[in-house]
Design a protein around this ligand. Structure first.
Ligand SMILES: O=c1ccn([C@@H]2O[C@H](COP(=O)(O)O)[C@@H](O)[C@H]2O)c(=O)[nH]1
Length: 307
């Protein structure tokens, strides 16, 4: 089962963290950007090639530290078709390095369109007699706001293809409470969505006790994270908001169960942009990223134990 694979990788690496691959032009070390601009001019293609070289360097130094990477689709869509080509190459390169790949796309729509999204990122499409895999990610983030008929197509693909989804439950952004903290009947909206995620996944429990329907819960709301952990014992958490958004190890400690299972903590900019703090010219970006990822691992492990 997909989440079992993620949890096993976390145990092997002794590290419950995921490195976000959210490249932006301003995060790329100058020597990499310059090289690709010289080859292809000031174009989207040059930026996309620079993104891939940047990601490849990161994956080469992170694959034995972190169990997973989380490419943020917005960063690749920003560059149009060459950006999506880089997204695909990044997914393939990371998976070939043994990493679990979570595509952060926050997709959803009415059922038939949700099915197309699930085929695109997690499944396949038949063209004539040939079954083709567009992106082949291990997991995808999903917005459940359309209700269960928009989530079920993803779950079907998860079951058929051994994949997972992470439904947005309580997001890390400052205004997440405007809608997610509203009272709906006798529950807060984010708990309604959390309960929905756990209910929709109930027939897919794996070896570690988690379903294929995970939840995104922000590190920036530690008391909500703690409550949700107690409430949703079969739901695996993807926790963004550590690092650049201010979340700390202390804030995320309650994302885990007593065995140190059940969650993976994301950090993107604090790893990708670590080189900008070394005072050097970016030629050391892989060393800086690896050091930041190891520091994060040690920080999180200082507040929990993985059995
Ligand atoms: O609630 C959410 C859901 C998703 N994200 C995404 O996670 C990373 C966080 O990046 P940092 O640089 O570590 O802040 C980014 O891709 C967000 O889109 C989130 O932050 N909060």
């Amino acid at each position: 089962m997909s989440i079992d694979r993620l949890q096993s990788l976390i145990r092997t690496r002794r590290n419950p963290t995921v490195a976000g691959l959210d490249p932006r032009v301003e995060y790329i070390p100058p020597h990499i950007l310059k090289k690709h601009i010289e080859e292809k001019g000031e174009t989207l293609e040059a930026a996309a090639d620079a993104f891939f070289e940047f990601n490849r360097g990161l994956i080469d130094v992170l694959w034995d530290v972190v169990p997973a990477v989380k490419p943020q689709l917005a960063c690749y869509e920003l560059l149009g078709p060459p950006g999506m080509e880089t997204f695909k190459k990044t997914v393939d390169y990371a998976r070939a390095a043994g990493l679990y790949v979570i595509a952060d796309g926050k997709r959803n729509d009415i059922g038939s369109t949700a099915e197309a999204y699930s085929q695109a990122f997690l499944g396949s499409v038949r063209v004539g007699g040939t079954e083709l895999t567009p992106f082949g990610c291990d997991a995808l983030t999903v917005n459940a706001y359309l209700g269960s008929d928009g989530v079920k197509p993803f779950i079907r693909t998860c079951q058929e293809r051994d994949k997972a989804i992470f439904v947005l439950v309580k997001t890390s952004n400052p205004s997440s409470g405007e809608l997610q903290d509203m009272i709906a009947g006798d529950r807060v909206v984010y708990k309604v969505v959390g309960d929905l995620a756990e209910r929709l996944g109930k027939d897919t429990v794996g070896e570690y006790g988690y379903t294929c329907v995970g939840a995104v819960v922000g590190a920036t709301y530690p008391s909500d994270l703690r409550e949700l952990r107690r409430r949703l014992d079969k739901t695996f958490f993807l926790v963004p908001g550590y690092g650049a958004q201010g979340g700390s190890a202390e804030d995320v400690r309650h994302a885990f169960n007593r065995f140190g299972h059940g969650a993976v903590i994301n950090s993107s900019r604090a790893i990708l942009c670590a080189w900008q703090k070394t005072g050097k010219n970016g030629k050391d970006y892989t060393d800086a990223a690896r050091e930041a990822a190891v520091t994060m691992k040690n920080d999180i492990k200082s507040v929990m134990t993985i059995v």
